[in-house]
Design a binder for this molecule. Structure first.
Ligand code: HEC
Length: 138
């Protein structure tokens, strides 16, 4: 009986964790590919133009295919991010990647906070993160 109780307690704990991690509980399977709450087609389109007309492609290549100074963003492999969630992308673009935090020593140019010279505002960061999120799921 004691054993049974602890099993129940453990699974209740696991259920709580699953629920609190991403807000609403998501079904397993391709949950990671479900569009994050608040991300719209308009944000992805705005992010596309910021990324590809602005400073991001300078280091990450057109459409995020990767280039000399920045890793590819159009796949599921990440250098800095853990799992590439939308929230992680927003966070990374907000803070940038200072020289000391760059993982690949062949890349010499740090990524500025808020896109460096682009000086993105919060809405623009969300848009560009929506775009990066979308190309990483294709
Ligand atoms: C001056 C070059 C430069 C610019 C401009 C730049 N980045 Fe980066 N970015 C980097 C470097 C360097 C890294 C870290 C690579 C490493 O650790 O080896 C990085 C990492 C990232 C990552 C994490 C990738 C991973 O694999 O974990 C994302 C996402 C990202 N950049 C998005 C952007 C976006 C969006 C923009 C435009 C707002 C941008 N970057 C502009 C150089 C740049």
């Amino acid at each position: 009986m004691r054993k049974l109780l602890s099993v129940i307690a453990l699974s209740a704990l696991a259920a709580c964790r699953g629920g609190s991690a991403g807000g609403a509980p998501t079904p397993s399977g391709n949950a990671a590919n479900a569009r994050p709450a608040g991300v719209t087609d308009q944000m992805i389109a705005l992010g596309d133009s910021l990324f590809n007309n602005g400073g991001c492609m300078r280091c990450h290549g057109a459409k995020g295919i990767g280039a000399q100074n920045g890793p590819a963003l159009n796949d599921a492999a990440w250098v800095q991010l853990k799992s590439g969630t939308y929230d992680e992308i927003v966070q990374l673009v907000t803070t940038g990647v200072p020289a000391a935090a760059i993982k690949d020593p062949t890349r010499k140019n740090p990524m500025g906070a808020r896109g460096g010279r682009m000086n993105l505002n919060d809405d623009q960061i969300k848009a560009v993160a929506s775009y990066v999120w979308s190309i990483s799921r294709k």
